[in-house]
Design a protein around this ligand. Structure first.
Ligand code: CAA
Length: 292
């Protein structure tokens, strides 16, 4: 099948990024949110990002031409004619399943449903619909506009042609798709999460300071961000949630949350988005390590 119209559920960091790359690739995009103010915030971020690309000369069209392909809505009915719907709402299994069940009754019979979940079982989400063979995972990375990867996740029920269509869709978005299957964490988080948690444990055990652990991995391994900076960037609440799902699945200590991560989350220090995590972002251009 040919994908022409894309639906996106959620206009947060990930949803707005997915909407942006879809519109940039030439697709007509409709983004669903619960309230107009979330659409306004997401679209403002998209416009800023498109302006940056235009400034650098990496956008084939004007930002306005890309923006014209993006529509926001608070009415799910507006997704009825989408060929693919990518869901990027909060990582709450009950909420996601509710949305899928409602969308299943509205969307075209042959529409593909994709979830951007980073840790919830794609198979479990699929079970909320009557289209198991047309359900896949498309896991993007933050910031979506810049990160080149998309994990294309199949379940035991995914039809091969649906998988191939989704894989090609990933390519059309300018991403490099990798093939993976519905095992918690897929490829990236299976490897990344234990590394990030080990960085927290190293700090807890006094192996190094926050800055030294980050500099060690940045300068010693060529990573763009140190692990504690990356944790603040991804969100400590998000990572904490992922640890639960992964630990529950594998029952291995490497996926369990270190006590410090839990304390930071309980204190409401979620990282960059709340202004505090391993670093203090009072001056966003010059984050300072917190005394933890
Ligand atoms: N849109 C357009 N341009 C943007 C942008 C955006 N949203 N964000 C940044 N840029 C531009 C900047 O303006 C800058 O442009 P110039 O070079 O012209 O100045 C350029 O991109 C680089 O940005 P910065 O100088 O701010 O910072 P940087 O060089 O460190 O790059 C980064 C930023 C790409 C985020 C880089 O630090 C990086 O790759 N970090 C690691 C990110 C990562 O690992 N993400 C995955 C997290 S895991 C996940 O998402 C999945 C999960 O399930 C948890």
């Amino acid at each position: 099948m040919e994908i022409k119209k894309v639906g996106v559920l959620g206009c947060g960091l990930m949803g707005s990024g997915i909407a942006q790359v879809s519109a940039t690739a030439g697709f007509e995009v409709t983004v669903l949110e619960v309230e107009q103010k979330f659409l306004d915030k997401g679209f403002a971020g998209i416009e800023k990002s498109l302006a940056k690309f235009a400034e650098k000369g990496t956008l084939k069209e004007t930002p306005q031409a890309v923006r014209a392909r993006l529509k926001g809505t608070t009415n799910m009915q507006d997704l009825a004619d989408c060929d693919i719907v990518v869901e990027a709402v909060i990582e709450n299994i009950v909420e996601k399943k509710k949305m899928y069940a409602a969308l299943d009754a509205i969307a075209k019979k042959d529409a593909i449903f994709a979830t951007n979940t980073s840790s919830i079982s794609v198979t479990e989400l699929m079970s909320a619909t009557k289209r198991p063979e047309r359900f896949i995972g498309l896991h993007f990375f933050n910031p979506v506009a810049l990160m080149k990867l998309v994990e294309v996740v199949k379940t035991i029920a995914t039809a091969p042609d649906v998988y191939d269509t989704a894989y090609e869709f990933g390519k059309k978005l300018g991403k490099v798709p990798v093939r993976t299957s519905d095992k918690t964490g897929f490829i990236v988080n299976r490897l990344l999460v234990p590394y990030l948690l080990d960085a927290v444990r190293a700090y807890e055990e006094g192996v190094g300071s926050i800055e030294d652990i980050d500099n060690a991995m940045k300068l010693g391994c060529g990573y763009p961000m140190g692990p504690l900076t990356l944790l603040d960037f991804v969100g400590l609440d998000t990572t904490y949630y992922i640890t639960h799902v992964m630990y529950d699945e594998f029952k291995e200590r490497r996926f369990a949350s270190p006590p410090l991560l839990k304390r930071l989350v309980m204190a409401g220090w979620y990282g960059k988005k709340t202004g505090k995590g391993f670093y203090d972002y009072s001056d966003p251009s010059n984050p300072k390590p917190n005394k933890l």
